[in-house]
Structures are given as C-alpha cells and as structure tokens.
Design a protein around this ligand. Sequence first.
Ligand SMILES: Cc1cc2nc3c(=O)[nH]c(=O)nc-3n(C[C@H](O)[C@H](O)[C@H](O)COP(=O)(O)O)c2cc1C
Length: 202
Amino acid sequence: MVKILGISGSPRKAATYYVVQEALKAAESVGDVQTKFISLAGKKINFCIHCDRCIKEGVLYCPVSKGDVMDEIYPAFIEADAYIFGSPVYQMTTSAQLQACLNRLRPLWPLIKDGMLKKKVGGSIAVGGKRHGGQETALATINNFYLCFSIISVSAGYQAYNGASVWSQDRKDKGAAEDVVGMETVKALAKRVAETAKMLKK
Ligand SMILES: Cc1cc2nc3c(=O)[nH]c(=O)nc-3n(C[C@H](O)[C@H](O)[C@H](O)COP(=O)(O)O)c2cc1C
C-alpha cells in the first residue's frame, strides 16, 4: 500500500480542486493506493519569514506559525510516499498560496539531508484559464520544488513531459472537465506517480 498526498493550491473550490481530486481517483485505480486530499481554499496560510527557528530548534514544523493549514500538511507530507500538487496558473506560475505552502515545508530539510525523501515521488498539475497560459512554467516551479527536496519528479509520459496541463477556459471545474486532452494528462500522470511509488516501495 502506498500513500499519495494531493494538494490543491487554489484559493477557491473550482478547477484545480476538481482536477487534483480526479488525479487521486486515477491513482487509486492502480490498486493498493491510499490517498489524502488537502485543499488550500479558504484556509489560513502564513508565509515563511526566514527566521530560521525551525532549523535552530531542529523541529520538523514551523515553530512561529502554528494554527494554520500547515499543521495538517506537515504530518501528511511526512507520511506520504508520493505527492500530486496542483496549482492554478497565476501570471504564468503557481498561486501565492501553493508557493507559501512549499516555502513553509523548509523545516523538513533534515529529511532531505538524511536521504529520507529520495524514494518519494512527485507529480505536478497546472490549470490555466488559457490554453497556453503558462502551465509549463507553473509546472517547472512545482517540479523545481521536488528537485530541491530530492523527491523523484515524474512526467505524464509522452503526452506531457513535465506534468499535467489543463485548460479551464476560466470556467472552473466544468471548463476543466471539458478539456479532454488535459484530463488525459492528469490521469496518465497520477497513474505514473502511483506506479512509480509502488515500484520504489517494493
Ligand atoms: C491573479 C490571477 C492570475 C492569472 N494568471 C493566469 C495566467 O497567467 N495564465 C492563465 O492561463 N490563466 C491565468 N489565470 C486564470 C486561472 O489560472 C484559471 O482561471 C484557473 O483555472 C483558476 O483555477 P481555479 O478554478 O482552480 O481557481 C489567472 C487568474 C488569476 C486570479
């Protein structure tokens, strides 16, 4: 059994919220996969203020910003074997909410140092209002996070080299669902994440 954590980095329950959940369903279809979904919509999330207290105190959480969504994300991140992070495309990159979440994972650096993340797997999803609105650059931002954390970043195969790209036509979940090609990349990516995580766990 492998555990996959899906995070929707949109501030609303709309296209990305729908797409990441569809990805988790596709991952579950591989079998022996347990998923957890966390949406940042409506949740409080503070910025990393680079106080370095997490590093000085040697704790795997942020000691200054307790009481926000990261309280839920730290244990889920540590427990998961694989990740599917999705973001709406904002000015050709990720949302501020997802970026804040990724920055706030800095307290987990001892896990990188000790090689504890090197058999974990990550897949990226970007959902733009335009067909070619910057999904590729948003995906690169999430993939770069995986590289920083020594997590193995996987592609969606021949259809989508750096992750899954969806075109919502700015019509929330309904628009995303109509993007047949984009949703195929989401499912292919999610299955690849699940299959790779299972191989690595064996
Ligand atoms: C601040 C802001 C910036 C945006 N920038 C882009 C962009 O650069 N490219 C794009 O394709 N869509 C852009 N959009 C549109 C959203 O990416 C699109 O509507 C997306 O589907 C929203 O996802 P959600 O429904 O999960 O919130 C932007 C939207 C906002 C609010």
